[in-house]
Design a protein around this ligand. Structure first.
Ligand code: PGA
Length: 252
């Protein structure tokens, strides 16, 4: 049985002090047995979050990493640096990174491999822009991303990976994919994983939905069999709504 993962993507928000306050407000939350919680924070907040949440099962992750081990890459952070901080997860290929920072399927693929080798779980993001949604070609678009991003990965590697379907037109816009739509594409992604890596991997891999998920709409989305959680931006910034999402996840 796949657990439901509620992963808060804080993006470029919160100071260390604000993150500490959030951590204080969630640290006593009792996580249900079927649920996992993670906070994907900016680099500067990871150490203090890990400290405050040390006695909890709330995981802490990063939002980006460089695929090279070390060297002349000013401003970048390596996998070893993340490992030293004890992160559990790292987002890879978020649409904002693809759009504003030239992330390609090739760099995404290299980052996935580097993280998996270090035992940090990547949360691979895929999803189509509005234009592709409108022209109806979103299935081949998202399918193509999945195939390119996972190229060269082995069956064992897939146990350490989470995939998030995030239609770009739904991120931060208040527009959500309908539960049927989101589940259909998460199902397509699962089908691609099955074709490439077999049914055991497809059955166990967590596939999340992301894009304006909040306590109001989470229940209908998480009720879908192929949606195993949420990658949540705006609604993860307040401890109350993060806990409300965790409560909803526990009921699914
Ligand atoms: P949102 O962001 O929940 O604010 O739409 C989701 C994401 O970008 O991961």
């Amino acid at each position: 049985m796949r657990k439901v993962l509620i992963a808060g993507n804080w993006k470029m928000n919160k100071t260390i002090a604000e993150a500490g306050q959030f951590a204080d407000e969630v640290k006593d939350y009792k996580i249900a047995v079927n649920t996992e919680l993670a906070i994907l924070a900016p680099f500067t907040q990871i150490a203090s979050l890990k400290e405050v949440l040390a006695d909890t099962d709330i995981k802490v992750g990063a939002q980006n990493v460089h695929f090279e081990e070390s060297g002349a890459y000013t401003g970048e952070i390596s996998v070893a640096m993340l490992k030293e901080l004890g992160v559990d997860y790292c987002i890879v290929g978020h649409s904002e990174r693809r759009e504003y920072f030239n992330e390609t399927d090739d760099t995404v693929n290299k980052k996935l491999k580097a993280l998996i080798a270090a035992d940090i779980k990547p949360i691979l993001c895929v999803g189509e822009p509005l234009k592709v949604r409108e022209n109806g070609l979103f299935l081949p678009y998202v399918g193509g991303q999945v195939i390119s991003d996972l190229e060269g990965l082995q069956t064992d590697d897939m146990e350490k990976l989470v995939i998030a379907y995030e239609p770009i037109w739904a991120i931060g816009t208040g527009k959500t994919a309908t539960p049927d739509d989101a589940a259909m594409i998460c199902g397509l992604i699962r089908g691609i994983v099955e074709a490439q890596f077999g049914s055991a991997v497809a059955d166990s891999i967590q596939i999340l939905y992301g894009g304006s998920m909040k306590p109001d709409n989470a229940s209908d989305l998480l009720a879908k069999m192929d949606i195993d959680g949420g990658l949540i931006g705006g609604a993860s910034l307040k401890a109350d709504s993060f806990k409300a999402l965790a409560d909803i996840a526990a009921q699914n």
